[in-house]
Design a protein around this ligand. Structure first.
Ligand code: AMP
Length: 304
């Protein structure tokens, strides 16, 4: 089964203490679609301007990412610029230019409307809802969000949550949303506002998953060399949604546990290089190998 991915498609400028690169392919949907495409066909929805390179459409084609739902309109592509400190968990947004994103209204091609799995990658919650309005009863909806929407469009986000099966957000966003210091309380409380499942990301410390009476905690794959953390969260979400779409019909908690590990594995590759450069070169064998290593590392009872 395929997965519909909607979100931002951007040209990024990223500065770390050691390197700076501009005009990089970025955006929540770009990372998420690339990650998902390792497991299932992807239908991409987004908007780009006439400065957006044709080569990226070729890349999508090569990865079985259908770009019929990507509108190319007059104007400039959405641009984002961020700077990391030596602690790569700390990032400052230097500038944002919405450009063609400002008037973006996602419009689903007819062939997209019956897609079973949906990933609403990070964009304004009204746009995420607008995509769901055009769909015919998707089986499983994953949504990502960010602090900006919690702070500025809370009512829209609250209206979306009951339509979401799995909400993914990071630890500070979960705390901000619930005003709870405990992530366990925060996860449980967010579930009560709608989503059947909630995943809370803790950066290099892993992630937590909350279900009905179920709970799962996983670490992050330990890496020595991180070059660019941009898009790690979007890649994590894309890996989860793609794995579910490509592997299961009805999603159970055990599937979500596995999906979270695959999401973490994909995210660990994404941060090894700037932009999507590592994902572009990645093979399914490398994913499988890292998944197995990660599994072994997570075992706490070992038989001799
Ligand atoms: P992450 O590192 O997971 O927060 O994702 C970074 C990506 O999100 C970058 O490639 C940006 O282009 C994109 N981005 C930044 N701000 C926004 C926004 N307000 N809405 C949608 N996407 C954004």
């Amino acid at each position: 089964m395929s997965v519909l991915v909607v979100g931002s498609i951007a040209l990024d400028t990223v500065k770390t203490p050691v390197e700076e690169h501009s005009n990089l392919l970025g955006g929540s949907a770009s990372y998420a679609a690339a990650a998902a495409s390792f497991f299932s066909p992807v239908k991409l929805v987004g908007v780009v301007g006439n400065d957006f390179p044709d080569s990226e459409f070729e890349f999508w084609k090569s990865r079985k990412i259908d770009s019929e739902g990507v509108q190319r309109v007059n104007g400039k592509t959405f641009r984002w610029s961020g700077e990391y400190s030596w602690d790569l968990n700390m990032r400052e947004t230097r500038s944002i230019a919405l450009n063609v994103f400002e008037n973006f209204q996602p419009k689903l091609p007819g062939s997209y409307r019956k897609t079973d799995f949906v990933l609403l990658a990070n964009i304004a919650p009204t746009l995420q809802s607008h995509v769901l309005d055009q769909m015919e009863q998707p089986r499983f909806v994953v949504a990502d969000t960010m602090d900006l929407w919690i702070e500025t469009t809370r009512a829209d986000l609250d209206a979306l949550l009951p339509r979401v099966d799995l909400l993914i957000l990071n630890d500070s966003e979960a705390r901000e949303m619930t005003k709870e210091t405990s992530l366990i309380k925060a996860g449980r409380r967010i579930r009560k506002s709608g989503p059947r499942y909630v995943a809370i990301k803790k950066g290099e410390h892993g992630a937590l998953l909350f279900g009905d009476d179920e709970f799962f905690s996983c670490g992050a794959y330990p890496l020595e060399d991180i070059h660019d953390p941009t898009g790690a969260g979007d890649t994590f979400a894309g890996g989860i949604a793609g794995y579910l779409a490509g592997t299961v019909k009805t999603v159970h908690f055990t599937d979500l546990r596995k999906a979270m590990i695959y999401g973490s594995v994909l995210a660990s590759f994404a941060v090894e290089a700037f932009s999507l450069e590592r994902l572009r070169k990645l093979s399914t064998d490398e994913i499988k190998e890292r998944y197995e290593t990660f599994k072994l590392m997570s075992q706490f009872e070992v038989t001799a």
